[in-house]
Design a binder for this molecule. Structure first.
Ligand code: DOR
Length: 427
């Protein structure tokens, strides 16, 4: 693009092939040289940093169209780029939702216009996410949609889910389930457990999630179609997925940082900042999610970035919408809290979700000559304190404000362009 070459200098390249101390030259959107002492028109200092394939987030709420006061595709993309993501899957629960070609194409086009990362619209499984009639999946698939979900709600009707899996299998797309039997969670405010009982509020029982995980594992077995489980939050859900994988079923799963870092007792002050769906669970669940990430049961860390405007999020606990920000804190929480080596952390953030999202041809690629230059440079040791005001997201609902974490994105290169330099978005 007339910018000449960019060299990422002095870092340690870490990808699926291993780790090596080399510089990386980028030109025309591609990696053009990997080696020692490279020079370029623009130099990005990476000393003390890891240079890895760009991160891919399978689960982001961008709120546009319909809730632009909370986030737009541009502001969400900027938060993503600052979090090291070069591709994000946009969830369908916008207003109107992603159940038509018009909406899906608009989301994609606004993502291209923002130019900060690749925005991959998901498609609805059912019209208006109402769980009654299948969305035009073939038409959306032909337009390049790979992940289909009614996220925000699960598909309640088992026959409709079976049909969606059969249909999806013939189209080569992936269904992603928000596992929640909604009859069991009506009016729920937090995880149903000891803390919930003490506060006297209605709870989301773990079994509401686990029943649907079990049902969909069996429907995947029956149909031979792949299924992806969104934001697993309970120990038994993780065990069910572990068992399904051991049987060789076509099952993948993700977990969100808040489910491996926070517990339900944080709600004892009735603060809606900690309200999320699925809810924060108990320590045994947190430990099980961590174990699932460590042993390969859970394939990806996905943020479930869910911005909400303050006037909604600051309502009383029973009225405030569930959801928390995630894009700009995901890497740091993963490094700080999981106790995994960096290669495992990057696998969970980059090439493993890239494969699930169907973008492994261009994201999460090894850093080698000829590969698309979607690259994240991060300092794994830098300690910083999260501040809501310091985030690029249009909303402020992070539960981590004031928390000191380790690991920070320094530069993000998307399509060969440095869109984040020294932590600052360039557009
Ligand atoms: O906490 C959540 N927030 N869970 C969901 O399923 C939806 C999301 C949202 O859109 O805010």
């Amino acid at each position: 693009m007339g910018l000449g070459s960019t060299v990422i200098k002095g870092g340690t390249v870490l990808d699926q092939r291993g780790e090596k101390r080399v510089d990386v030259r980028i030109e025309g959107g591609l990696v053009t040289e990997v080696g020692a002492a490279l020079q370029g028109d623009r130099m990005l200092d990476a000393s003390g940093c890891i240079v890895s394939p760009g991160f891919v987030d399978l689960h982001v709420h961008l709120r546009e169209p319909g809730r632009e006061e909370a986030e737009t595709i541009e502001t969400g993309s900027r938060a993503a780029a600052r979090g090291g993501f070069t591709a994000i899957v946009a969830m369908p629960n916008t207003e109107p939702p992603h159940d038509s070609l018009a909406v899906v194409e608009m989301v994609r086009r606004l993502g291209v216009q923002a130019g900060l990362c690749e925005v991959l619209p998901s498609g609805c499984i059912t019209i208006n996410r109402a769980g009654e009639v299948l969305a035009p999946m073939a038409e959306l698939a032909a337009a390049g949609v790979h992940i289909f979900t009614d996220d925000g709600t699960g598909v309640q009707d088992p026959l409709l889910m079976r049909r969606a899996l059969e249909y999806g299998k013939s189209l080569g797309i992936l269904l992603a389930q928000h596992c929640e039997v909604s009859r069991l969670t009506e009016g729920a405010v937090m995880h149903e457990g000891g803390c919930c009982a003490r506060l006297g509020v209605p709870g989301w029982p773990s079994v509401a999630e686990e029943l649907m995980v079990f049902r969909d594992i069996e429907l995947s077995r029956l149909t031979g179609a792949p299924i992806h489980f969104l934001h697993l939050s309970t120990a038994k859900s993780v065990d069910l997925v572990r068992g399904a994988k051991a049987e060789g079923l076509r099952v993948t799963a993700e977990a969100a940082p808040h489910h491996f870092t926070l517990t339900d007792d944080l709600l004892n002050g009735f603060d809606p900042i900690f309200k999320v769906n699925p809810p924060l669970r108990e320590l045994t669940d947190v430990l099980a999610v961590k174990r699932g990430l460590a042993d390969g049961t859970i394939d990806a860390i996905a943020t479930d970035h869910a911005p909400h405007a303050p006037e909604l999020k600051e309502m009383p606990l029973d009225q405030a919408p569930p959801g928390m920000l995630g894009l700009e804190t995901s890497l740091a929480l993963s490094i700080s809290e999981l106790g995994l080596d960096l290669q495992q952390v990057v696998a969970l953030l980059s090439w493993q979700p890239a494969a699930i999202a169907g973008v492994a041809d261009r994201h999460g690629r090894p850093i080698e000559v000829g590969e698309p230059a979607n690259i994240t440079v991060f300092d794994p040791n830098l300690a910083w304190t999260v501040s809501a005001a310091g985030l690029a997201s249009k909303s402020r609902n992070t539960p981590y404000a004031g928390r000191t974490v380790r690991g920070k994105v320094r530069h993000t290169v998307f399509g060969g362009t440095a869109v984040v330099i020294d932590g600052e978005a360039q557009r």
